[in-house]
Design a protein around this ligand. Sequence first.
Ligand code: PEP
Length: 249
Amino acid sequence: MKQSVKMIVGNWKMNGVSASLEQAQAIRDAVAGSGGARVVLCPPATLVARMADLLDGGGVAVGGQDCHAKPSGAFTGSISAEMLADAGATVVILGHSERRTAFGETDAEVAAKVEAAIAAGLEPIICVGETLEQRQAGDAIAVVSDQVAGSLPDGLSERVFAVAYEPVWAIGTGLTPTLEQIAEVHAAVRVAIVARLGEGARTAPILYGGSVKPENARDILATAEVGGALVGGASLKAADFMPIIQAAA
Ligand code: PEP
């Protein structure tokens, strides 16, 4: 059976200044010769337009890390989905656990942002994941399934989107779930997506995120229902990110 192309997304978080564009260029140059995976880089908003110009026509797309649910207005400091698209982004990460925790984003707010993203023509990557306390209490599957049900709006069913399973306790910690745990949650996320949106959503990729590194990428990407990876720290340098991209090929 032909395996679908994996999606490898780099989340630079609040890291990156003009000089960091060199890393994006190095990733683009290396990806041009490697093929095999679909690659997206999500820099801070200040770099989206310049990175999109730099990578235009290459094999690496550019995405945002968040957007406001409204298209415009008196929301000082915020960026709309339309603005991201205008700057050259084609993808946007929404509902990252750092946004849910540090900015108190609820499932309903994430769903409203997803609607804004699709209205602007962006491909949303909707993040879900349990905390360590929730996992230890045996609630991981229930928490993640509820987040999927609450964060995916109706309008998503006919659209291109991805869901990222990111256990909160694995992000930036060097800890990762076992492959069995990843497979178990990804299977549950698939069930929740199809329950929410119907059979048409059966092929939406489910990415794994949380301390993906060159050393563990191949095994994680070969796990059932893992359609790609959302990578934080290891996406900042081409030397770390390229082996992960190559592991997906
Ligand atoms: C993330 O920011 O989504 C992430 C998974 O980070 P890290 O790879 O650094 O754990």
